[in-house]
Design a protein around this ligand. Structure first.
Ligand code: SF4
Ligand code: SF4
Ligand code: FES
Length: 260
């Protein structure tokens, strides 16, 4: 094939590709305005394709920061849906609006004064008793959290269970946006997890022992020695250290116990 023919063929391929891409465009509505965007994009990428520059309502892009709460409705469907814009892919004719921040009551408290008594949480968030057990929050949660059950646990004074159930909460606020009782579930869960971590979960004894040893200067000499080592040598020491195997038991120790 001559150079001219090759060039013509690539031009034809490019035109075909362009047509293929054009064929994949689907209509969506962002804040009520129609756009054509490639199918398969997430709502977030589709918004950017449509020309939006996201400086709010966009964080990790990986479904973990909770910044991109979005509400949408599909044609002919009475139901208002919620999703994370960075996770949900666009569908033809969906109407989309972002709610990157949902105003929600957050109680003020001096955490040092909280003792883990359930009554303290009741007092800070009395609206939890407005829950009508509709379960809309659970259906809205992109993390699959049993939101209503976690609220029930809190109402029963079971802070540990509320903390356990809400462990994967990313604070997106979508549960709150759908709540009949006007609860800010995610702020309540955050308080539950704080109390659980600081007041309920048993202290790790080995950690206290280690902190005591550090305070008593057990490692001072070793640290001073390491501070004298040149950077390259330090890197070598680090790279060649005996690493703990993935399957090591609690009693694992390195062969060289110099620094223990
Ligand atoms: S519990 Fe609420 S705030 Fe937390 S991830 Fe689920 S919907 Fe988002
Ligand atoms: S949406 Fe609100 S009222 Fe309904 S179950 Fe959840 S917390 Fe209760
Ligand atoms: S951008 Fe972080 S959850 Fe979507």
């Amino acid at each position: 094939m001559s150079a001219k023919q090759t060039k013509k063929k690539s031009a034809e391929t490019a035109v075909k590709e362009e047509k293929k891409i054009a064929a994949k465009l689907i209509p969506i509505y962002i804040m009520g305005k129609r756009y054509e965007v490639p199918e398969g994009l997430t709502i977030m990428k589709a918004m950017e394709y449509a020309g939006y520059i996201l400086i709010r309502g966009c964080g990790c892009r990986g479904g973990t920061c909770g910044a991109c709460g979005t509400v949408y409705r599909k044609p002919g469907d009475y139901k208002l849906q919620v999703a994370l814009a960075c996770q949900k892919t666009v569908e033809p004719d969906m109407y989309i609006a972002q709610i990157p921040f949902f105003p929600a009551n957050r109680a003020l408290y001096d955490f040092a004064k909280l003792t883990a008594a359930p009554e303290e949480v009741f007092k800070l968030y009395p609206e939890m008793f407005r829950c009508v057990a509709c379960n809309s929050c659970t259906k809205a949660c992109p993390q699959g959290i049993e939101v209503m059950d976690a609220i029930s646990a809190l109402k029963q004074g079971n802070i540990a269970e509320a903390a356990r159930l809400s462990f994967d909460c990313i604070q997106c606020g979508l549960c709150t946006s759908r709540c009949f009782g006007e609860l800010a579930q995610y702020h309540m869960f955050q308080l539950a997890r704080r109390i659980y971590g600081a007041r309920i979960v048993p202290r790790a004894e080995h950690l206290s022992e280690m902190v005591k040893a550090v305070d008593e200067g057990k490692y001072d000499r070793f640290l001073d020695e390491l501070k004298q080592v040149k950077e390259d040598e330090l890197k070598k020491l680090y790279q060649e250290r005996e690493a703990e195997p993935m399957t090591a038991g609690e009693d694992w120790k390195p062969k060289d116990t110099t620094y223990l």
